[in-house]
Design a protein around this ligand. Structure first.
Ligand code: HEC
Length: 273
């Protein structure tokens, strides 16, 4: 009896713990460095993880002041920023700094208007051709779902932003073997598949100024913050999903317990042991 109860608890515990696994993976193929998680880890991973709201808010600042000159965030509506702790007033003020196209007026003209909380972040370029023309032929991808699109998720984005460096002779030899030569407009990055990227290193120390009381805007801190923010944009319902999953596991745990004791009673009555 004691042994089987122990086995039951062990199985239930493993099942519970496995729901919290973040499934960290490494980029496949020909990268040289490994994708790594930041030293301090993420607050949103694990069974009951929640977004670090202060980091996500700083991440929005990094996005707006740095990334937004090239990357759109087309799937994010301003009103949803309540999810990382902004008040409705703050959201109204953020939205008002953007302009979007209004509905056509009676003459059929489309004029601009200030964005409202129900609007989405406006596109940066009118079309792909315009985006490519401004970026030496490369199109900066939309960042809304980026942490879902790349193997490694937020660890990939974090590593990509923090691993830019001059290629060593060894790196160049590896690239040469693969017949890749770095051009004037491509940069070495050991994280991206192929090891060259058309995006110049976007972050340098103190590029943004964080509000008083916030951490110093080091390269790693900004990369961390924008990665938290982009994890949220890709999965704004992450906290709800975890809460539900956790409650379901608790329910199943209790249910299993009841079934186990019911089984023992019946077995005792029928089989006599
Ligand atoms: C000056 C323009 C510019 C800025 C600013 C910029 N990027 Fe980029 N980014 C690009 C371009 C162009 C590409 C496409 C690179 C390629 O295909 O080689 C890109 C690609 C990316 C990718 C995808 C890499 C991949 O795996 O394909 C991510 C992620 C990214 N940028 C994140 C950011 C973040 C986060 C910021 C702000 C901190 C930022 N970028 C700022 C131009 C920019």
């Amino acid at each position: 009896m004691k042994k089987s109860l122990f086995a039951f608890v062990a199985v239930a515990f493993v099942a519970l713990a496995s729901t919290g696994m973040s499934g960290q993976a490494f980029a496949a193929g020909n990268t040289i460095d490994h994708i790594e998680a930041p030293e301090q880890g993420w607050k949103h991973t694990g069974i009951t993880g929640t977004f670090d709201r202060a980091a996500a808010q700083r991440g929005l600042q990094v996005y707006r002041e740095v990334c937004a000159s090239c990357h759109s965030l087309r799937h994010v509506a301003f009103r949803t920023l309540t999810g990382i702790g902004f008040t409705e007033r703050e959201i109204k003020a953020i939205a008002a700094e953007y302009t979007v196209m209004a509905d056509p007026n009676e003459e059929g003209d489309v004029l601009e208007r200030n964005a409202q909380p129900f609007d989405y972040f406006p596109l940066v370029y009118a079309n792909k051709q315009a985006a490519a023309a401004s970026n030496n032929g490369a199109v900066p991808p939309d960042l809304s779902l980026m942490t879902k699109k790349r193997v490694g998720g937020e660890n990939y984005v974090y590593s990509l932003l923090t691993h830019y460096r001059e290629p060593t002779a060894e790196d160049l030899a590896i690239l040469e073997k693969k017949n890749i030569s770095l051009g004037d407009t491509s940069y070495f990055n050991p994280i991206i598949s192929g090891n060259q990227i058309a995006m110049a290193p976007p972050l340098i120390e103190d590029l943004v100024e964080y509000a008083a009381g916030q951490p110093k805007a080091t390269l790693k801190q900004m990369a961390y913050d924008v990665s938290v923010f982009l994890t949220w944009t890709a999965e704004p319902k992450l906290e709800d999903r975890k809460k539900l999953g956790f409650n379901v596991m608790i329910y199943l745990f209790i249910f299993c317990g009841i079934m186990f004791f019911a089984y023992r009673r019946i077995a005792k009555r029928i089989l006599g042991h």
